[in-house]
Ligand binder design. Structure first.
Ligand SMILES: [Zn+2]
Length: 293
């Protein structure tokens, strides 16, 4: 069987789903290039030998796609068939992964034309610190000692009201807010199980100083004029977002950016990354506090 024949066979079995194939723009068909990628990773002989297996996989994947819509959970890997018994599925982890994948897809579909997923690595070039409390390293803020020694006691940030659309500056008193967060982490960390609690994941927004409407003021994370790419993420006002407990307003890719710049392993659900970002920022401020490890 040659490559074209293998393509033809696989295409006609119309494998749908993830991993083995990409979604085409018009649905769950196949990109020929995706099939060729599969073929490249295996010898033609093994594809031929495993054709029945691949057809079976296609059926399972389609079922999985349908069940995902129905919120059922079937775990599937693309290893050759084995006689060992199936591994139990961790429902919680799978649903978190699913949630994350869905978020990623949502972000990706907004990018036209479709781009490869970014693999951001720490950018070690020095930069002009965007705020007095920022260092010259991306997504790294100064320690408390430095801030206090330099009389940096209030932390400002830009916010916008969702009701009256007015933009203005808010400020937080550094030490008060930091100790409030520290006390919360010290008392709640054991019950967090390495995931952000709901008050971090769903920030309570402040009331507007101008129209007086409630819970409608959100931080301006990236100015619209600045675009939305990794380089603009270097201007995110991390300390302001921490003190206002606004970090939950960040998108998954912005949390990933922080983790990448700080060499933190960055796979997992959003509330896992959010937890890591909260603790890492507190640790940047106060490296000696063991509760932030
Ligand atoms: Zn307002």
């Amino acid at each position: 069987m040659d490559e074209n024949a293998a393509c033809f066979l696989l295409e006609n079995h119309a494998l749908g789903g993830r991993g083995l194939t990409h979604k085409t723009q018009d649905g769950f068909g196949l990109h020929r290039s995706a099939i060729k990628n599969v073929i490249r990773t295996q010898t033609l002989a093994s594809i031929e030998a495993n054709l029945h297996y691949l057809v079976l996989v296609s059926i399972i994947m389609r079922t999985q796609e349908k069940s995902r819509q129905g919120r059922l959970n079937l775990d599937l890997s693309l290893h050759p068939p084995s006689h060992s018994p199936p591994q139990p599925v961790d429902n919680e982890t799978s649903s978190h992964q699913q949630q994350e994948e869905e978020e990623e897809e949502e972000e990706e579909t907004m990018e036209q034309p479709r781009q490869r997923r970014r693999r951001t690595r720490a950018d070690t070039r020095r930069m002009e610190p965007p705020y007095p409390w920022s260092t010259d390293r991306r997504a790294v803020i100064h320690k408390l000692e430095y801030l206090q020694a330099n009389n940096i006691v209030t932390i400002k940030g830009e916010v916008k009201c969702k009701k009256c659309e007015r933009k203005y500056e808010m400020e937080y008193e550094l030490m008060n807010k930091f100790y409030e967060i520290t006390r919360f982490i010290e008392s709640e960390k054991n019950s967090m199980h390495d995931r952000a609690p709901s008050c971090w994941a769903n920030p309570i927004l402040p009331n507007c100083n101008f129209c007086n409407k409630e819970k409608c003021v959100e931080p301006v994370i990236i100015s619209q004029e600045e675009g939305d790419d990794d380089d603009q993420f270097s201007r995110i006002n991390w300390l302001f977002l921490l003190l206002g407990k606004f970090l939950g307003c960040l998108k998954l890719k912005q949390l990933r950016y922080f983790c990448a710049q700080n060499n933190i392993h960055r796979t997992g659900a959003k509330n896992r990354l959010l937890y890591l970002v909260y603790l890492a920022l507190c640790q940047q401020l106060q490296p000696s506090n063991i509760h932030f490890l």
